[in-house]
Structures are given as structure tokens and as C-alpha cells.
Write a protein that binds this ligand. Structure first.
Ligand SMILES: Nc1ncnc2c1ncn2[C@@H]1O[C@H](COP(=O)(O)OP(=O)(O)OP(=O)(O)O)[C@@H](O)[C@H]1O
Length: 309
């Protein structure tokens, strides 16, 4: 288990992480979200032992990161933001060096390096110097070093930043596979909200270093004003009055000159059947009728508006 208790970090008079607490349980992939400057990287640096907190504590698999730093770090793989250093090393040499640092020797070292290379598809660039790689490949080298010793806990700071769509998809699948059917824990910071729905079992949203929300993607989507909203794509422009007078309807948003309607539900109301009935009664030509789970981007914006540092 990862346990973060009242973690606090100040830079001068600026409080970057403010009394932050949350846990991550075995098998969970936690999405760690927040606007630029919210304190995500600072939290991850404290959690991995690279930055000393001004207050609070964090532990990983029972090891306190400040008092039992090495034991805690042995349990973790960490992909920091940006690219790996050691730019003049070649990819294979760099990964072998990391394997040495992780205490892997001989056949075991080779097996771990080969597995990581295969998992993030680095076979084509093993002999290349890191500084000559593209941004996406540098990111993949960083990911390979993080997963090299097959750690129980992975801390990934924007792992898909700079990757092309195919690689983004590949890395998301990799993250899911790492957590699936195992007791591993993954914390992944991201700005890409679709990534949260795609890979995370839970999400924590922070702003100005403080916790703003903690829940499953479904729970967070249920906080959206578009939760249970019904969208109608119509063959003609219509009057929205019959929809607005339905008891469970909060509002109707109209686009494309009244041919695309989004009917918002009051909290806790299910309006899909009633909206369908109005469409039939009014004999509207309905091309598409769909219900929304909610919009994570809108929840994120509502929670964090005015929270950017
Ligand atoms: N070494 C430092 N010295 C002074 N201020 C810092 C330092 N590191 C971070 N900060 C400040 O702390 C705040 C949090 O920064 P942090 O990098 O943790 O945010 P973040 O959520 O990771 O942002 P982003 O999404 O842009 O990566 C910012 O205001 C940043 O300027």
C-alpha cells in the first residue's frame, strides 16, 4: 500500500503541496490530476524520496520514505518528468547500468533488460546515444528504466507526454497489464483526461497542492452536469419547449441551429424515457439519441477553475 499523510512542501512563501493525504491500494491504477503547477510532480518527488517534505509523511509497502528511503525505493520504479539524463550513454548501456544499480547480475540482469526493452519496444535503438533519440523514444527509455526491476509500485510522471498516438495506446495498455491480476500499484500523473477513463481505477484531483476530489472515474463523471444528459440529433430544427417542461429536465442546450439538442437532467433524475416519448409525440425525425455518463473534462474544469498556481 502507498500511504500519503498530510504531506506538505513549501518553496519560499509558496506552498506547493498543502496537507495532502491519500492512499493507493494493491491492484489500483491511480490517476493523479491537476492543472499546471498544482503540485503533482512535487508530490511524486517526495513520494519517491527525491525531495524532503516540510511536513507530513509518505510510506510505500510499509517503508517510510524518509526513514527507510532505500527499502522504499527498492519497491518503486519512477519515471520523472522530462527525459532521462546520461545523454551520452547508449540505450543498452544505460539500461544495463540501471540494472547494476538495482543489484541485478549476470543472466538475471540480461533477462530484466531484455524484458523491459521488449515491453516498451526499444529493440531498434539499443545502440543509439540517448541524446540523439526523439522525444518519444527518450520517454520510452525512461519508462524502461522505471519497470526494469519489475517493481511493486510504479510512479509515472506524465508517461505518455511526447508519444505519438500509437505509442500512447501502447503505453496505456502496458500500464493496465502491469496492474492487472497483480498486486502492483501505479500512480500516473496526466493532463489527458481520456487516459483516466482508459486506464485508471481511481483518480485524485488536486489544485494549489490541496485535494479537491478522490473517486472512481464513474463517480467523478457522475458529478458532471452532463451526467444522464440526453443528446438528440434531429433532421429538422424544433422548439425545445416540450423538453423544457419535463419535470426531470434542468435545461436544454441547442447547437447546429436547433438540430442538435443536449437535454440536461436534474441531479438524480433519469430522463431518457421521457425525452424519447416527447420525440415520438412530436414526430421529430431523430437521427441519433444517446445518454451521457458525464464529462470528466467539465468536472475537472469546475473543480479547478481559479485553482491554477
Ligand atoms: N524547486 C522549486 N523551487 C521553487 N518552486 C518550485 C520548485 N519546484 C516546483 N515549484 C513550484 O511549485 C508549484 C508546483 O509545481 P509542480 O511542478 O509540482 O506542479 P505540477 O502539478 O507537476 O505542474 P505541471 O502539470 O505543469 O507539470 C509550482 O508553482 C512550481 O513553480
Amino acid at each position: 500500500m502507498i500511504s500519503i499523510n498530510s504531506l506538505t512542501k513549501r518553496f519560499g512563501d509558496h506552498t506547493a503541496v498543502d496537507n495532502l493525504s491519500f492512499d493507493v491500494k494493491p491492484g489500483e491504477v491511480l490517476g493523479f490530476l491537476g492543472p499546471n503547477g498544482a503540485g503533482k510532480s512535487t508530490t511524486m518527488k517526495m513520494l519517491t524520496g527525491f525531495l524532503t517534505p516540510d511536513g507530513g509523511s509518505a510510506s510505500v509497502c510499509g517503508f517510510d520514505i524518509q526513514r527507510q528511503t532505500l527499502q522504499a525505493q527498492q519497491k518503486m520504479g519512477y519515471l520523472p518528468e522530462g527525459a532521462p539524463c546520461y545523454g551520452d550513454m547508449r540505450v543498452r548501456g544505460f539500461l544495463e547500468f540501471i540494472a547494476d544499480v538495482r543489484g541485478l547480475r549476470g543472466a538475471e540482469r540480461k533477462r530484466h533488460v531484455d524484458r523491459a526493452v521488449e515491453q516498451v519496444e526499444l529493440q531498434g535503438v539499443l545502440g543509439q546515444r540517448i541524446e540523439t533519440l526523439s522525444k518519444g523514444f527518450k520517454r520510452r527509455v525512461g519508462l524502461a528504466q522505471a519497470i526494469l526491476h519489475d517493481p511493486q509500485v510504479l510512479i509515472l510522471d506524465e508517461p505518455t507526454d511526447g508519444l505519438d498516438p500509437n505509442q500512447k495506446h501502447h503505453v496505456r495498455r502496458l500500464i493496465q497489464q502491469l496492474a492487472e491480476g497483480s498486486n502492483k500499484m501505479v500512480v500516473v500523473s496526466t493532463h489527458i483526461l481520456e487516459e483516466v477513463s482508459a486506464v485508471c481505477s481511481r483518480a485524485v484531483i488536486i489544485g494549489r497542492g490541496r485535494l479537491l476530489a478522490d473517486g472512481t472515474p464513474d463517480e467523478l463523471e457522475a458529478r458532471s452536469r452532463y451526467h444522464q444528459a440526453v443528446t438528440l440529433s434531429l433532421g429538422q430544427a424544433v422548439s425545445t419547449a416540450p423538453l423544457e417542461s419535463l419535470p426531470g429536465v434542468l435545461a436544454v442546450e441547442s447547437q447546429r441551429d436547433g438540430q442538435l439538442l443536449t437535454v440536461l437532467a436534474k441531479p438524480g433524475e433519469v430522463i431518457f424515457p421521457a425525452v424519447g416519448q416527447v420525440a415520438r409525440e412530436q414526430q421529430w425525425q431523430v437521427n441519433e439519441l444517446s445518454v451521457e455518463r458525464g464529462r470528466l473534462d467539465e468536472v475537472f474544469r469546475t473543480l479547478t477553475s481559479g485553482e491554477a498556481a
